[in-house]
Design a protein around this ligand. Structure first.
Ligand code: NDP
Length: 255
């Protein structure tokens, strides 16, 4: 059906969009017609990413810097998004951090930093953006999980808890908003080449392990995720709600 994946007229707010997966997902949404608003904490790289994307895609691109762990910052940030671009009709909760350390050595501060960035942020952002979607009777929320949404690894207690929690938050948002025409889903990427995974890719043992462990035999790229993300925020997914779509080269399909 023509136009099923067309995002013309949508206003997409993408968190953690100054680099890595968020920047590439934002580009995919822009290339499918959406006006995009990129957000991250650090203003310089964020503004540069917005300029690069506007030049490359010809789309309308805005940038608003705020910290997704700061409750008032999120309220003010979403208000600024509205002023610049209009009410968001698509929210992509992508900002995230990693922390690798055995559980017994993990400080409460690191635990809270990871949970606040990866999980509580999705609650805060959606609490600001979803009411207008519900009132309008349409909208999409996409939460970026991980293979750690369903599989554990030693040293990833806070990260795995945050990503597992995100799957349940996705389902609760579905339970509360699906009847109002708002679809909420999660995207669970496998191991993807970004700054977040540079230490892993620089470790020859881990690199060899991940290539062997992944049926596709390689690391993912952010571009591998674009099709699934565009699908989940498009009209094509109007009856897809509360799901976790894993894009991992087959990693979670095999042991
Ligand atoms: P990157 O580290 O490359 O990018 C993270 C982005 O999030 C940056 O734009 C960063 O900008 C922003 N960010 C981090 N903390 C905050 C904060 N407190 N407030 C606002 N923005 C913030 O990460 P990836 O692109 O690799 O990861 C993106 C998402 O994908 C994460 O949720 C991650 O867990 C998930 N993921 C990644 C995988 C991978 O293999 N790379 C695999 C599975 C899931 P700034 O620092 O300026 O704020």
């Amino acid at each position: 059906m023509p136009g099923l994946f067309d995002l013309t007229g949508e206003v997409a707010l993408v968190t953690g969009a100054s680099r890595g997966i968020g920047a590439v997902l934002a580009r995919g949404l822009a290339e499918h017609g959406a006006t995009v608003v990129l957000t991250a904490r650090t203003d310089g790289p964020l503004q540069q990413a917005a300029r690069d994307l506007a030049d490359r895609s010809g789309a309308t691109v805005h940038a608003v810097a705020f910290d997704v762990t700061d409750e008032q910052g999120v309220v003010d940030g979403v208000r600024r998004v509205r002023e610049l671009a209009g009410e968001p009709t698509v929210l992509v909760n992508n900002a995230g951090v990693q922390h690798r350390q055995p559980l017994v050595d993990t400080s409460a501060a690191d635990w809270h930093r990871v949970l606040d960035t990866n999980l509580t942020s999705a609650f805060l952002l959606a609490r600001e953006a979803a009411p207008a979607m519900v009132a309008a009777g349409r909208g999409k929320v996409l939460n970026v999980g991980s293979v750690q949404t369903s599989l554990a690894r030693p040293g990833l207690s806070a990260y795995s808890a945050s990503k597992g929690g995100l799957a349940m938050l996705t389902r609760v948002m579905c339970a509360e908003w699906a009847a109002s025409g708002v679809q909420v889903n999660a995207l669970a990427p496998g191991y993807v080449e970004t700054e977040l995974t540079r230490p892993l890719r620089d470790d020859p043992a881990f690199d060899t392990w991940i290539r062997g462990r992944t049926p596709a035999g390689r690391w993912g790229t952010p571009g591998d995720l674009v099709g699934a993300a565009v699908f989940l925020v498009s009209r094509a997914a109007d009856f897809v709600s509360g799901q976790v779509l894993t894009v991992d080269g087959g990693l979670t399909a095999v042991v």
